[in-house]
Ligand binder design. Structure first.
Ligand code: FES
Length: 151
């Protein structure tokens, strides 16, 4: 192993140790291995919200008989946001729309096992995007032509 490789490996290890001091195992796992990444073109509901940090989260959902059969996400945000969005996709998959509507910013934080103060807004952004996605689903359900005007 070259000196440069050793330096990179040590640096990576130190970063992970620092992360483990401030983030739950669950957040780190979803950060490193996000679930359900990508946006579906044929989604029944789609939402995109930009937070105060200027990062954006998107969700897309497929709904069968009032149950979310698939939920996927994309983001240009930080690792905490990746984790929050990934965790939300797992929270809502195979759950009724009514359950997804009941998910709050606090329940996302709880599902994450908490986040550092500086990342609270990331959970809020992810939760707000979920609600925008559900609103879009309900709106396009009664006005399907609106799917054509999604950005
Ligand atoms: Fe912007 Fe996390 S979403 S810092």
């Amino acid at each position: 192993m070259s000196d440069l490789d050793k330096f990179a490996e040590d640096l990576q290890s130190q970063i992970m140790k620092d992360l483990e001091k401030t983030h739950s195992k669950k957040v780190i796992e979803h950060w490193k291995n996000p679930k359900n990444w990508g946006i579906m073109n044929d989604a029944d509901g789609y939402g995109k919200v930009t937070g105060p940090c200027r990062d954006t989260v998107e969700f897309s959902i497929k709904v069968d008989n009032g149950v979310i059969s698939k939920c996927t996400f994309d983001t240009d945000g930080c690792g905490a946001t990746i984790a929050c969005a990934s965790i939300i996709t797992e929270m809502v998959t195979n759950k009724p729309i009514s359950y997804a509507k009941s998910i709050t910013q606090t329940s996302v934080l709880d599902a994450c096992g908490g986040l550092p103060e500086d990342n609270i807004h990331c959970a809020i952004l992810a939760a707000n995007t979920l609600h925008a996605t559900i609103e879009n689903y309900e709106e396009t359900k009664s006005h399907p032509w609106k799917k054509l005007y999604r950005k």
